[in-house]
Design a protein around this ligand. Structure first.
Ligand code: ATP
Ligand code: MG
Length: 335
């Protein structure tokens, strides 16, 4: 087993709305990522994927609040750290984050090299302007980005180039964990492939040591991740290696999610099947018992009231359901 780069234990965070209502968007999430590995997070819109990403950085600003749990990055426990300390000592060096639609957040009139200088200076890394330029040029060239980009303004770059540039800027200090939230979803297919290749190269060259990859697109999960967690209504309902999760999901929600897109065989076109009927619950008032029960075609009355057990299924696989894997497989087999 490789060194653990990120470990999270029973993390609970919430939004507090202007009306002072609590939204329990991350409710007891635990995870572990080892050196060199990529963990995928899948789930429908509103399940809490981006909130989990924000929460993992330990960088809490209203309306998002930390409630409980531990976040340990490369042996350092960052839970409960003050936001100013997180910003100075953790972001960029321990954990880097590429938010959803990151490329649109770049100030269009600033030169790319200036963003890099700002990242380096924010961490008080002792490098001269020339050293920073040399570091940036070498990094960009290794990642297949032309060094001229450094002297351009964000507005001069195409969408795909802008996104790859944002990724290179955010990871310039070689963080232990990169959290990439839908890093390629707004791009055309060619740019998407280039972003994915760059992320893989960064792991291989150890510019980043591990990655959390959030996406709606299941074929991407299959191509990019080692392990996958499926999130529903703020909780992890199933986790396991990518192959098992995509081709042999156990939990009814994972099954519905994975079944909504079939990973194409060579030469076959991607098939989209029927989505799961209904919508995820409002997290201000999550259903008691199993949160997926109101939409689950296999649910029985006890599912709505019980505390759902987390079950182990071997090789690091686990799922949260009233039924055992054998019972679920039998129900699936009878369809
Ligand atoms: N600033 C906020 N204040 C209150 N509730 C919020 C806030 N941001 C998100 N939420 C709620 O938290 C829940 C999780 O949202 P989140 O954005 O994390 O989902 P997601 O899985 O990333 O969705 P998507 O796939 O659309 O990006 C949703 O119910 C959402 O309405
Ligand atoms: Mg999101």
């Amino acid at each position: 087993m490789g060194k653990t780069m990120l470990e999270v234990r029973d993390l609970k965070t919430k939004y507090v709305t202007r009306e002072k209502e609590d939204v329990y968007a991350v409710d007891g999430v635990s995870l572990k990522i080892e050196d060199g590995k990529t963990l995928g997070i899948a789930g429908e819109s509103g399940c809490g994927k981006s909130t989990l990403a924000l929460s993992l950085m330990g960088y809490y600003f209203a309306p998002l609040h930390y409630m409980s749990g531990e976040i340990i990055v490369d042996g350092k426990n960052i839970s409960g750290m003050k936001p100013a300390d997180v910003q100075k000592n953790i972001l960029g060096t321990e954990i880097a984050y590429i938010p959803q639609a990151a490329m649109n957040a770049l100030n269009p009139t600033q030169k790319i090299i200036k963003f890099i200088q700002d990242v380096v200076h924010a961490h008080k890394v002792d490098l001269s302007k020339k050293d920073i330029h040399d570091l940036a040029r070498e990094r960009f060239e290794t990642l297949g980005l032309p060094a001229e980009v450094l002297n351009k303004h964000a507005v001069e770059l195409s969408g795909g180039m802008k996104q790859r540039t944002v990724i290179a800027i955010s990871t310039i200090l070689s963080p232990k964990v990169l959290i990439a939230d839908e890093p390629s979803s707004a791009l055309d297919v060619t740019s998407q492939k280039m972003v994915i290749k760059m992320l893989k190269d960064m792991l291989e060259k150890q510019f980043i040591r591990s990655m959390i990859f959030i996406t709606h697109e299941l074929p991407l999960l299959y191509n990019v991740t080692d392990d996958i967690m499926v999130m529903y209504a703020g909780q992890i309902v199933e986790r396991g290696c990518a192959e098992d999760m995509i081709f042999r999901p156990i939990h009814p929600y994972s099954k519905g999610l994975m079944g909504s897109i079939i990973v194409p065989e060579a030469g076959e076109k991607e098939k989209k099947l029927e989505a799961i009927p209904g919508t995820p619950p409002n997290l201000k008032h999550p259903p008691s018992g199993c949160r997926f029960a109101p939409r689950c075609k296999y649910a029985v009355p006890m599912c709505h009231g019980m505390t759902v057990p987390e079950r182990e299924a071997g090789s690091g696989r686990s799922y949260r359901c009233a039924f055992s894997e054998e019972e679920l497989r039998e129900m699936y087999g009878n369809e």
